[in-house]
Design a protein around this ligand. Structure first.
Ligand code: HSE
Length: 302
């Protein structure tokens, strides 16, 4: 038995929705998993080749093992082939894509004993928070939260007129480092600032009233603190907006910057690239769209 999955990149937070909002993006990792007679063979091409482990510490393998353990059903051996287009440690959900692909493919391989909700919970436990994992499963825009031992989520698939522009710096930023510069406590007025914007942001996306996004994506909980690690963060946001973007935010824990635009994505991208360059950061521009499909099988062979 062999299965093949395609899993989208994701952008978490969308400005004020720290650890709770996320969007799936049309940029994909591909994963093939096959039961073999014995042992573990992992091959990786594309992003992370030569950098990601190909032994038992590989994240796809660890996610698969969590499923086999929960189902108490193990294959005799495993071959994993990863082709990655999502760059690593750039705030585009590469680890969530590995985890989500791993749990889905593993479950499929052993006859789908676990439900999607069980898989989501395994994946969230491995990742630590659901904001990248949930949109990688369901596609579109997802609001999610951790509640006791379960993950609650609400999905929406906004009208797909919005263009997504990514400015992906040529340096990596580990989520752990990007979280370590956040304060342990924040002023109540900043919390209120974010809560009010998150409420309006969700409403704007649900109703496809995108013009509200310019102010509804403002944030005071994480971006200002992270700008010490991402030279030009605020200037890239301003440059994207001046070039016609409706909104621009830090993607996840960074360092990628994301802009949402209804027109001229190339101009917006060029403005973001130049703004980063003024701060000595080389960035690759990718113009893409919201991915309204979550992770999906693209092949299975018995
Ligand atoms: N919400 C997370 C953060 C996303 O901003 O740190 C990265 O995993």
């Amino acid at each position: 038995m062999k299965v093949k999955y395609r899993v989208p990149a994701t952008s978490a937070n969308l400005g004020p929705g720290f650890d709770s909002l996320g969007l799936a993006i049309e940029l994909f990792n591909y994963l093939e998993m096959e039961e073999i007679e014995q042992g573990l063979r992992i091959t990786i091409t594309g992003e992370g080749a030569g950098e990601l482990p190909t032994n038992k510490s590989n994240l796809v393998f660890r996610a698969a093992m969590a499923v086999f353990k929960k189902a108490n059903k193990y294959p005799s051996g495993l071959r994993i082939i990863q082709h990655n287009e999502i760059p690593l440690s750039r705030g585009l959900g590469s680890s969530s894509a590995a985890i989500v692909g791993g749990v889905l493919a593993a479950n499929h391989l052993i006859g789908n004993p676990l439900s999607i909700v069980e898989l989501l919970e395994i994946a969230t436990k491995l990742e630590g928070h659901p904001d990248n994992v949930a949109p990688a499963f369901f596609g579109g825009f997802v609001a999610s939260c951790l509640a006791e031992n379960s993950v609650k989520y609400i999905t929406a698939h906004p009208d797909n007129e919005l263009q997504i522009v990514l400015a992906i710096p040529d340096f990596q930023l580990k989520t752990k480092a990007s979280r370590s510069c956040l304060p342990k406590e924040v002023p109540l007025k900043d919390v209120v600032f974010n809560i009010s914007r998150v409420a309006c942001l969700v409403g704007a996306l649900m109703k496809s009233e995108f013009h509200h996004l310019s102010w509804a994506t403002e944030d005071r909980l994480h971006q200002q603190y992270r700008s010490s690690l991402i030279p030009g963060l605020q200037e890239v946001i301003q440059a994207a907006k001046r070039a016609g973007a409706i909104a621009s935010v830090l993607s996840g824990a960074g360092p990628t910057m994301l802009a949402l635009s209804e027109k001229d994505p190339e101009n917006v991208g060029e403005a973001m690239r130049l703004a980063f360059k003024r701060f000595g950061v080389e960035a690759k521009i990718v113009c893409t769209k919201i991915c309204n499909n979550g992770a999906k099988t693209i092949d299975s062979f018995s």
